[in-house]
Ligand binder design. Structure first.
Ligand code: THU
Length: 137
């Protein structure tokens, strides 16, 4: 699975977004170690806090299906689905990634319609995940 192909699946996922409040459509495609891909989109809510990001939708679908090993995720988004800048995962999504992924888990981020930037989970969480240590993990 190339980053470009994974990003195409994220773009397709973005079309499923439910965003009546912000208008920001986000799509994600999560690649599992076994090659399976789970797509996710953001879904907003009138009460705001129940809103879920595209990344977490993809993770929760995958975890429900019993997947536990993840390789990479592609994310894209923009106002009305128009890809302009980058859409790096929010803090809550980084926390969910830390629950299930290792430091080398790769995040591909669309940077406009053509370019793809990437980084690792360790780069997104440079000081690690101390709560995991408190829990003896
Ligand atoms: N959003 C995501 O889906 N992923 C992120 O990593 C950042 C934010 C969504 C939440 C909300 O529906 C919209 O983008 C605007 O913040």
């Amino acid at each position: 699975m190339t980053p470009e192909k994974l990003m195409e699946l994220a773009k397709e996922a973005m079309t499923h977004a439910y965003v009546p409040y912000s208008g920001y459509k986000v799509g994600a495609a999560l690649l599992c170690a076994d090659g399976t891909v789970y797509q996710g989109c953001n879904m907003e809510n009138a009460a705001y806090s129940p809103t879920v990001c595209a990344e977490r939708t993809a993770f929760f679908k995958a975890v429900y299906d019993g997947r536990r090993d993840f390789t990479a995720i592609a994310v894209c988004g923009g106002k009305d689905g128009v890809l302009t800048g980058m859409f790096p995962p929010c803090g809550v999504c980084r926390q969910v990634m830390a629950e299930f992924c290792k430091e080398d888990f790769r995040i591909y981020m669309a940077d406009g319609p053509e370019k793809i930037q990437s980084c690792t989970l360790a780069e997104l969480l440079p000081y690690g995940f101390s709560a995991g240590k408190y829990m003896g993990m």
